[in-house]
Design a protein around this ligand. Sequence first.
Ligand code: WTA
Length: 662
Amino acid sequence: MSTPLENTTASAHVFPPPAEFAAAAAATEGLAAAASADRLKFWADRSQQLLHWHRPFTEVLDWSGAPFARWFADGELNVAYNCLDRHVLAGNGDRVALHWEGEPGDTRTVTYAELTRDVKRAANLLTSLGIGQGDRVAIYLPMIPEAVVAMLAVARIGAVHSVVFGGFSSESLRARIDDAQARLVITADGSWRKGKVTPLKPAVDAALAAGPTTVEKVLVVQRAWASDQKLGWQDGRDLWWHDEVAQVSDEHTAKPFPAENPLFILYTSGTTGRPKGILHTSGGYLTQAAYTHRNVFDLRPETDVYWCTADVGWITGHSYVVYGPLANGASQVLYEGTPDTPHSGRWWELIEKYKVSLLYTAPTAIRSFMKAGREIPGRFDLSSLRLLGSVGEPINPEAWLWYREVIGADRTPVVDTWWQTETGGIMVSPLPGITTTKPGAAQTPLPGIVVEVVDERGTPVADGGSGLLAIPEPWPGMLRGIWGDPARFVETYWSTFPARETGPVYFAGDGARKDPDGDIWLLGRVDDVMNVSGHRLSTAEIESSLVAHPWVAEAAVVGASDETTGQAVVAFVIIRSRHAEDAAAAGTTDSLRAHVAQQIGPIARPRELFLVNELPKTRSGKIMRRLLRDVAEGRAIGDTTTLADATVMRAISERFTAEHHA
Ligand code: WTA
């Protein structure tokens, strides 16, 4: 039973929308009414209002090939035209699209007219390199304007981009290049991060050196070094971006493509060792990105300055740095570096400098600012902020309240947005002019979106119950498949629950609870996917990287809860007996951790790694991660009755306790 104090705390902390905010908000009650009256008409209307269709669609949804959906399929549009040309034609060419700030403090202001011209040139360049509709282009760039230009130029000619986060290793890059059979890589010499240059081009060289490849050319943006820097140039393959764009015309007419033309592939971690290439297409994706960006963030394109801190290498960067904001003609901040370089108030300094009004970031960042103390943001003028957003992992009520009080001056609405790489856009979120918000809850499916909390058989739970998050109706921004692997697509997402009369039901992989008011609270992943600092990592992928090390016989990885990063990677490793002596030397755990960072990327480096003699397994040989998680989180070990050998856990937990308190 909860104490009276807990009850008061819970009910005291709800925040109705401020009256002035509600009076002027983009999203009104009419949205939900329209969506429930006729959901498909609702989406058709949104799409027509928000986008320019070169050829209007007559059909909204074709679900006959479920779970392979087709939205607006007989319509034609150009995604880049929607993000650029039409704003210029409407007289907004002088509006700032990007307030770019490099980590060292260099800046560039790019208007819509300039961005349009840059994308036209880049589109001509891609065409001159032989890239055409349907070809895949890998983009491995830092947060510089060219990242946006490259993505839009690929979209403009109907090609398909695969952006690979600059923090991924050359091995990860190579695997993604191979899976998509990319013909071109666009990269930079390096980027500024934490006051130093992180080289990128050398990682591309290493990736391409690993055997025959489909890549024909590498375009290199000069960002970090002077031109005389020798970068291991391969003549005939490597080209400087600035040399090449200077040679092509800045005239380019955007050609329409079918609504279902593939727009991008974005790789994300699943429950196996192999990342999945999530495929998104054009018309439906852009509709949902624009609709959610406008309504969830209450965007006023003429006056707002918006800032989403996500990297373009993640889905948040795709939908809420590139496609949503630019389709809506927003002005936004783009920042290259880390929050604490050259000083710990860097973000707040940028908000003051650019008068940011809408901020979208991740709970992990908020928690680390909380730790550093409110004095740091307190030194800056944050009064321009009028709305705060959160994404990537469940936000704990304490962080939510701190965000609102310290960053939002106890005044701004906070929207906790739930969605995934697979959903393409936001699915569950408060609407800031309508919803009375509850700290820690994503609350309500957006108008037009159907999301349920169901039990294992797919039956919706009653208010007050817990279960799994499921999506029983198709939505415009939904993934259209896993690149090259339709069977895995069906199996991973559409086979958990029995199909309904309306078709198969999508399983998100998240656990959720419905409170007595029917509001949704996310509870984290229920599969073997971890969420570290808002980034998805697969336990299986890290395990296979560990067993690829010659000393390692077996490995088990779990996500243990972590105060700052949400979850942290904790690994348990068995060393091969013939390497026992090598491994006994000091530094082995560190070098295995470094091995993972080198193979996958620094974000995957285990926080802790323990050498053990055995792993807890069921009689059928399945590793019981639940028990390892108990150990890693310092809890009493749960039920061990299904273990083949119950003494194993005692040995592991003694080892853990000894090392932890050493
Ligand atoms: C988690 C990021 C709780 C969730 C957009 C999901 C969240 C995974 C939230 C997708 C939130 C994202 N509350 N959990 N507001 N937002 N998640 O593909 O577990 O990188 O399945 O997309 O992040 O991560 P992804």
